[in-house]
Design a protein around this ligand. Structure first.
Ligand SMILES: Cc1cc2nc3c(=O)[nH]c(=O)nc-3n(C[C@H](O)[C@H](O)[C@H](O)COP(=O)(O)OP(=O)(O)OC[C@H]3O[C@@H](n4cnc5c(N)ncnc54)[C@H](O)[C@@H]3O)c2cc1C
Length: 393
């Protein structure tokens, strides 16, 4: 570890590694600090990604990243009605995130970035009023490391933005609490991911079964913060698992928050950029943040390297990152957030009715878009909700 770098990345998740990789490829000197002992551990994720997204952002899919290919998606209504969603064949993957995150960090290292684990960034420092680096606790010592740009990729519990004075607060209703078990020795179709809905299953969210092999899956659920006080999310999960997989063998139990909300209003400042969960870039409908974080990391890293080269790391010079992000995914996230607000109004009876209506349409036409449109058209109550949320559609 040196005393000075062009770019300091805080956090070694997918967003941070992509930022470090693309900043290093852009010719900047880069360090990425990760507080945990090892990149990729612990895994607090169901590990699902779309195939198209992964290919787009990495340019290649290494076979060792893939635990399971997914070809089918099922939605299950509260009354257990199953809706088979039409997909284009190869939907996506359930990853081995341990290996995936590790590999991304290694790629950043191969591109020239220094990667330091057991390095807890404990604050940012200012030089002449501007962000000028970080303090980092590493192997029993606190060091000051100078940098022209700090990229906060420190995940859902991000502190970098807050230290820099940005508004990073999330309302409880917009924060899903997720809990998940990896279960072995269970009967599943390994190529199908299943999402379960209902107020008794996961209020304000959904439960998932993401296969990791022929008889193993990540089984979890997310409960909106608006509900998680009444019954603990882990209790919902215990009930779900007892009902669906009573004989499953629990290999892991993890919990974590997912910000299901729009991108933070401000994600850049002089010498500062936020990426990934730290910037609230998760898709608010699905809770998926791996690909989005990587897209943002790639954009931020490349632009940061250019800014350093041009000798201007002002907020104005870094702002095109915000524009790129909003065009690529941010606007879509805003739409998803509004749709989610409509979906949140559905009670179990609505969800059951929607599932029955959707199952009456041609199976070949049951795409996600068509399911939503059918739900709206056949259920006037939902149109009213949609108009309220969208103003006009
Ligand atoms: C239960 C659960 C299931 C999920 N399932 C999916 C899914 O199936 N698909 C999907 O796309 N998304 C899923 N997500 C969301 C996804 O995990 C995140 O969106 C994604 O990991 C975000 O990547 P990131 O790099 O922004 O943050 P993270 O992956 O959280 O990485 C942040 C890193 O920063 C480090 N760090 C934090 N503070 C500091 C500090 N001060 N100093 C140094 N290092 C620090 C952390 O240790 C961590 O390694 C799930 C989330 C949860 C909780």
């Amino acid at each position: 570890m040196k005393d000075t770098y062009d770019i300091i990345v805080v956090g070694g998740g997918p967003a941070g590694s992509m930022a470090a990789l693309h900043a290093a490829r852009g010719g900047a000197s880069v360090v990425m600090f990760e507080k945990d002992r090892e990149i990729g551990i612990p895994v607090r994720c169901a590990e699902g990604t779309s195939r198209a997204g992964l290919e787009l952002v990495t340019g290649q899919v290494r076979p060792e990243w893939i635990a399971q290919e997914i070809t089918r998606v099922q939605l299950v209504a509260p009354d257990d009605t199953v809706v088979d969603v039409v997909t284009s064949g190869q939907v996506g993957y359930v990853l081995h995130r341990k290996l995936f995150d590790y590999d991304l960090a290694a790629m950043a290292g191969e591109a020239g970035a220094d990667v330091v684990t057991r390095a807890y960034v404990s604050g940012i420092i200012r030089t002449n009023g501007r962000i000028g680096g970080v303090t980092v606790d590493h192997l029993g010592e606190t060091k000051t490391v100078h940098g022209k740009i700090v990229i906060g990729a420190d995940g859902v519990e991000s502190r970098v933005g807050r230290w820099a004075g940005l508004k990073t607060r999330t309302l409880p209703k917009d924060m899903d609490t997720c809990v998940q078990m990896t279960l072995a020795d269970i009967d599943i179709d390994p190529e199908t991911i299943i999402l379960y809905f209902g107020l008794n299953v996961a209020p304000g969210g959904y439960a998932w079964v993401f296969p990791k092999g022929p008889r193993m899956a990540n089984v979890g659920l997310g409960v909106s913060g608006a509900y998680s006080k009444e019954i603990k999310p882990v209790e919902y999960l215990r009930r779900f698992v007892n009902r669906k997989f009573p004989d499953g063998k629990m290999l892991t139990l993890v919990a974590g928050g997912v910000p299901c909300v729009n991108t933070l209003e401000t994600i850049t400042d002089d010498g500062l950029m936020l990426v990934g969960d730290a910037a609230h870039q998760v898709n608010p409908m699905t809770g998926g943040g791996i690909i989005n974080g990587m897209i943002a990391g790639k954009m931020a890293g490349a632009l940061a390297a250019e800014a350093v080269k041009k000798g201007d790391v002002s907020d104005k010079r870094l702002k095109p990152y915000v524009k790129q992000w909003m065009k690529a995914e941010g606007r879509n996230n805003e739409l998803c957030y509004r749709i989610q607000q409509v979906v949140d109004k559905f009670d179990d009876a609505d969800l059951n009715k929607i599932a029955h209506t959707v199952n009456a349409i041609d199976p070949q036409k049951r795409t996600m878009g068509q399911i939503f449109r059918t739900a709206l058209l056949k259920h006037p109550k939902l149109i009213v909700e949609a108009l309220r949320v969208f103003g006009n559609i």
